[in-house]
Design a protein around this ligand. Structure first.
Ligand code: PAF
Length: 250
């Protein structure tokens, strides 16, 4: 596995590798969910590029940004194990050479659900993903369905700007209890990890979103939202001050 820490180096390494190119953009703190994205990319492309970049513009809460885990050694090992060809570690100064003067904003879906709870979040996500896409120029890019709203917005942006990239949605990876794997789970105590599984269980009940909200509150979650949108139920809750999101098809 080659490691690139500049755009120049990434482009140089990329030019030596065969097409097609699969791309997995991440913010690190990699887990089995990311490994699944890498396995899909590996199976469907000749070359797989992984990026690890904790994108500051998508954090509306600076404390959340500061607390974001940095596990580069473990991430590198996971990347190597899963056959990544190039690990790209973009630098903020290089990616945001414009100091975020130019940005992508979507004026509809990005203001609902996560976007409503976290103003500006999706501007940051869409902007960084477009920048990453412009450099990597992948044939396919892989996103987890745990962040379903993010995946849909990225797919729509890709279509809107005629980018020749296939957006591949990969089903959420869950642990045995049903808890969706997430880098944030690392911040939960062992007891809270047990409790957190009840979020998915509750979302699967045949009850209204208002009933689901009440049930989650009774179970000790602080509920940010439970909302039905386009045949999916989306939820964001807090447990031990850790914000967890999940969604299920209705
Ligand atoms: O899902 C993530 O890890 C991030 O939002 C992404 C897509 C890598 C953009 O920073």
């Amino acid at each position: 596995m080659k490691i690139a820490d500049s755009i120049f180096e990434l482009l140089r390494l990329r030019s030596e590798l065969d097409k097609s190119i699969g791309f997995v953009p991440t913010m690190g703190a990699l887990h089995e969910g990311h490994a699944e994205l890498l396995r899909r990319s590996k199976a469907e492309n000749k070359t797989t590029i992984l990026s690890v970049f904790v994108n500051p513009t998508q954090f509306n809460d600076p404390k959340d940004f500061e607390k974001y885990p940095n596990t580069l050694a473990a991430d590198t090992a996971l990347a190597e194990k899963n056959g990544v060809d190039i690990l790209w570690l973009p630098r903020k100064e290089e990616l945001y050479n414009d100091k975020y003067r130019f940005r992508i904003s979507e004026n509809d879906f990005s203001h609902l659900l996560e976007g409503r709870a976290r103003p500006g979040h999706f501007d940051g996500v869409l902007t960084v993903v477009l920048k990453l896409f412009q450099v990597v120029k992948p044939d396919r890019a892989y996103f987890g369905e745990k962040d379903y709203q993010q995946m849909e917005l990225i797919r729509d942006m890709t279509e809107s700007f005629f980018l020749p990239i296939e957006i591949v949605a990969v089903p959420t990876v869950r642990d045995q209890s049903g808890l969706a794997l997430s880098s944030r789970n690392q911040r939960l105590s062992p007891e809270a990890v047990q409790e957190a599984a009840k979020l998915y269980q509750t979302l699967n009940l045949k009850i209204t979103s208002a009933e689901a909200t009440m049930r989650l509150q009774e179970l000790g979650f602080k509920v940010d939202y439970v909302k039905d949108y386009n045949k999916r139920r989306y939820a964001a809750v807090f447990l031990e001050d850790v914000r967890l999101i999940d969604n299920v098809e209705l």
